[in-house]
Write a protein that binds this ligand. Structure first.
Ligand SMILES: Nc1ncnc2c1ncn2[C@@H]1O[C@H](COP(=O)(O)OP(=O)(O)OP(=O)(O)O)[C@@H](O)[C@H]1O
Ligand SMILES: [Mg+2]
Length: 267
């Protein structure tokens, strides 16, 4: 049985009379990587800000492990085990890996030296857990020396240290080369293997296709389509589905279309 970690029901968010979200239903199960896709302005960032408790929904319900949570805010989101890695903003590049992982979570200083030893050991363990394979870096290495993909890894390690069950990655591969993207994917797979869940927001459909178990496509504040990875054969097919949503008036004459539509389960 899959365990439903988090579920959003009919979430709306209006700014004045503009609806950033017009009734979103979304869930993430335990051990699942969900890819969140959609054009600029589709509502992806608004949705993750709501999940993080940084923005209050106008209406709707949030359930954690099947139980409705009232008064959703940043503290409730943390209690639910949700950690968000916002791109590039998360790390102090002049500080070490270990300082970045424990930033804001330092334990009392009474046993400062022992704590430091403990933190270095723990940082090393976390780096191994997410699959940091480079021998060049130790927990004392400065984050500024790491590549983009490795920096994402440090941010992910920090989220794991905070005991996250759901890690939200906001465009983690947008500025990265292929090699660096592969590193991030490696980290994400390690996280999934440990039973945690990932919500992966991306612009690059090929990236999201390669990493996600299920795709959720947003369009103008709504979930326009959800489809699991095993129902899509290629990234091109996923792109084709998305084009149908964006331009329904230009339906192609593709003979496969009815079957594909059925598979996509348009919402
Ligand atoms: N604070 C705000 N005040 C007013 N409107 C907002 C605010 N935040 C978002 N919006 C509007 O809500 C809609 C959804 O924005 P959002 O940032 O969630 O989209 P997005 O999918 O993250 O887009 P992108 O891919 O460009 O990051 C947009 O029309 C945006 O202008
Ligand atoms: Mg955004």
């Amino acid at each position: 049985m899959t365990e439903r970690l988090i579920e959003l029901r009919d979430i709306t968010k209006s700014y004045g009379n503009v609806y950033a979200l017009g009734g979103v239903n979304l869930h993430v199960d335990k051990g699942e990587v969900v890819g969140l896709l959609g054009d600029n302005g589709a509502g992806k960032s608004t949705l993750i800000k709501i999940l993080a408790g940084a923005v209050k929904p106008t209406d709707g319900e949030i359930l954690v492990r099947g139980k409705s949570v009232t008064g959703w805010n940043a503290a409730r989101s943390r209690e639910a085990g949700i950690e968000t890695v916002f791109q590039d903003r998360a790390l102090a590049v002049q500080q070490s890996i270990v300082r970045n992982i424990f930033m804001g979570n330092e334990q009392g200083n009474r046993l400062g030296f022992l704590n430091l030893k403990h933190e270095i050991a723990e940082a090393g363990r976390l780096m191994r857990e997410i699959g940091f394979t480079s021998k060049v870096f130790t927990p004392n290495s400065i984050v500024g020396q790491l590549s983009g993909g490795e920096r994402q890894g440090v941010a992910i390690a920090r989220a794991i240290y905070k005991q996250a069950d759901l890690i939200i990655l906001d465009e983690p591969t947008t500025a990265l080369s292929l090699t660096e993207t592969a590193k991030v994917f490696h980290f994400v797979r390690q996280v999934r293997a440990s039973g945690r869940s990932i919500l992966f927001i991306g612009h690059n459909i090929h990236h999201v296709y390669d990493i996600a178990d299920r795709f959720v496509v947003m369009d103008r504040g709504k979930v326009a389509m959800q489809i699991s990875r095993d129902k899509v054969k290629t990234a091109e097919e996923l792109i084709w589905f998305m084009e149908q949503i964006a331009h329904p008036e230009h339906k192609s004459q593709n003979a496969k279309e009815p079957a594909l539509k059925r598979k996509a389960g348009k919402l």
